[in-house]
Design a protein around this ligand. Structure first.
Ligand code: ZN
Ligand code: MN
Length: 261
C-alpha cells in the first residue's frame, strides 16, 4: 500500500499508530453546489480536501474524507439554494454530522483536530457541531481535545490579494466560482474546469451587486444568470499555485502556533 496522507487510503493499523503519535487530523468541509457552466459542482469539497491534504502533509497529519454536502447556499455568497444542482443540508443536519465525526475521531484517540471549511455558509454550523462534540466528550471524561476551525481563503494574505486582483478585490463572499476557486481548480483538477464554457452572454452582471440583507423566499432575479458571483475570466493555473502555497504556508504557521506541531 502506498503512503498516503489521506485517511481513506490508509489501513486502520497505520492510522492507529499515527494517532498514538499525536498526529493532527484534518476534516475538510465542503458542499455540492453549482459553480457556473465552467466548473464541476464538487469545487468546495474537492478543493478543501486538496488544501487540507497539502497542509496535513506539512505537519505530519492525516486528512479525513471531506463532508461533501454543506449548508444551504445563500444568494449573497453562493448564488442560492434554489439553483438546480446545489444540494444542501439543513443547518441542524450539518451540525449533527460535524458533531458525530468530531466525537468519533476524538474517541479513537485524536487530540488535535482541524476542521477546514471550503464553503462560505458552513462556518457557524461547523463551530456549533465542534462545540457540542467537545461537550459530549467531556461527559465521557475526555477533556484534552483541541479543535481549530478555519476557512482556507482567510489565509491568503493582503499582499497576495493585491497581486492577484490588480483591479480590486470584492471579498471572499463574492468569490463564488470566481478567480480564486477557478484558479485552484485549474491547478488541482484541470479536467473539471472548462474555460471555454465561460459564455460572455451568460456571465453578465459580475461582480454581482446584491442587497446588504437576505430575503426569503429567495428572489431568483437577484442571482446573476451564470450562478457565479464574480467573473472567473482572469483565472490561471499559476494564480492557483500562488494561492495554494500562500494559504497552506499560513495555515501551517497558525497550526504550529496553536498545536506546537
Ligand atoms: Zn465554491
Ligand atoms: Mn460554496
Amino acid at each position: 500500500m502506498k503512503d498516503s496522507v489521506y485517511m481513506a487510503e490508509m489501513d486502520a493499523f497505520t492510522y492507529r499508530e499515527k494517532l498514538a503519535k499525536d498526529a493532527i487530523v484534518f476534516v475538510p468541509v465542503g458542499a455540492l453546489e453549482q459553480h457556473g457552466s465552467h466548473m464541476a459542482m464538487c469545487v468546495d469539497a474537492y478543493l478543501t480536501k486538496a488544501m487540507a491534504g497539502a497542509t496535513a502533509e506539512k505537519v505530519g497529519g492525516i486528512c479525513a474524507e471531506p463532508i461533501i454536502y454543506g449548508f444551504k447556499s445563500q444568494q449573497r455568497s453562493g448564488g442560492g439554494f434554489h439553483l438546480t444542482g446545489t444540494t444542501s443540508l439543513d443547518g441542524s443536519t450539518l451540525i449533527a454530522i460535524v458533531r458525530d465525526i468530531c466525537r468519533n475521531i476524538a474517541e479513537d484517540g485524536a487530540r488535535k483536530i482541524v476542521f477546514m471549511n471550503g464553503h462560505y455558509e458552513n462556518y457557524q454550523f461547523v463551530y456549533e457541531g465542534v462545540d457540542l462534540a467537545l461537550r459530549d466528550l467531556r461527559m465521557e471524561g475526555i477533556d484534552d481535545v483541541e479543535v481549530m476551525l478555519m476557512s482556507y481563503w482567510d489565509f491568503v494574505d493582503d499582499k497576495t490579494i493585491e497581486e492577484l486582483y490588480p483591479e480590486g478585490f470584492t471579498g471572499w463572499d463574492l468569490e463564488h466560482a470566481g478567480v480564486m476557486e477557478t484558479s485552484l481548480m485549474l491547478l488541482l483538477y484541470p479536467d473539471l474546469v472548462d474555460m471555454d464554457r465561460i459564455d460572455e452572454e451568460l456571465y453578465v452582471g459580475l461582480p454581482a451587486v446584491l442587497p446588504n440583507y437576505d430575503v426569503l423566499p429567495i428572489k431568483p432575479e437577484y442571482t446573476p444568470p451564470s450562478g457565479c458571483l464574480s467573473h472567473p475570466g482572469a483565472s490561471t493555473k499559476e494564480k492557483g499555485e500562488i494561492l495554494r502555497d500562500v494559504a497552506v504556508k499560513n495555515m501551517v504557521d497558525a497550526i504550529e502556533k496553536e498545536f506546537g506541531a
